[in-house]
Write a protein that binds this ligand. Sequence first.
Ligand code: PEP
Ligand code: MN
Length: 336
Amino acid sequence: MLIVMDKTASEAEIAAVVAKIEALGYTAQTIPGGERMAIGILRNPGPVDPALFIDLPGVIEAIPVSRSYKLVSREMKRENSIIVLPQGVKIGGGHFVVMAGPCAVESELQAFTIARAVKAAGAQVFRGGAFKPRTSPYSYQGLEEEGLKILARVRDEIGLPVITEAIDHYSLDLVEQYADIIQIGARNMQNFSLLRRAGQARKPVLLKRGMSATLDEFFMAAEYILAEGNTQVILCERGIRGIGAHARNTLDLAAIPYVKKESHLPIIADPSHAAGRRLLVPPLARGAVAVGADGLIIEVHHDPIHALSDGPQSLYPEQFAALMRDIQTLRPGQWL
Ligand code: PEP
Ligand code: MN
């Protein structure tokens, strides 16, 4: 149930609605809108009777919410959410963002070389894994805290906000200290205790869709984060398991307009992990822009042959720069 307050509702009237919800044993979540306040009712096991609220002072509507994901849905919040990073970069609601960098931070020199190149091409956020969730325990696992320190130096010296993945509670505590956006990877989309921990963080979270997750499961995973109080969530379509060997995964382009219809949260695309091969990355990226993605996250490496992870899908800096020019054609005036 969503209780919509009148534009002129006072603080006391809002507090009275919250108190009534809590007296019924449910949770109230205030959802400030452009013009008026709304209050969501959460953790109600069955339907709530609108008559309990409709006559309270300051209430104009009590709307039943049919979706099981509530805070994520447009039923609860109609306007697009816009995530604002401390450096002023905005994501969502018409603000398009490109995040780029290597799969993994390998050294200070590697990170700075790639960060300079992607910044020169117009990327607004630098990506790089310090904790890597690898399919094989023998694959490169990342520089861990040393990698986070390198990312923080990239931010301070090159001036790009940084995103990096947390794979468990230990790494999330560290990532929260060093990074500007906390990434939760596809393999952890249903790690519910990690999602709760991300919901308690006070930094934006990029949640990737699990490689076999339905969109309902994806929304419910995001709901875990919002239900803990962190509304700064960016969704990411990174490809789901397909049937062919031509690509590592299948980029589900239909997910992007569907997510935008159902949810106010921004959704970006990761064509790199979807493709698995650099040849396929630029066309998939252009496709994602064309279907309305709010941004892209792309792997770029200056020496992909020697990359310690995901070299085959990493663009050379000049390929990335060419893709950025294509995006400006698709979204004229983007970076003016
Ligand atoms: C990554 O971004 O490097 C990564 C591991 O992505 P995903 O979780 O989508 O596989
Ligand atoms: Mn990768």
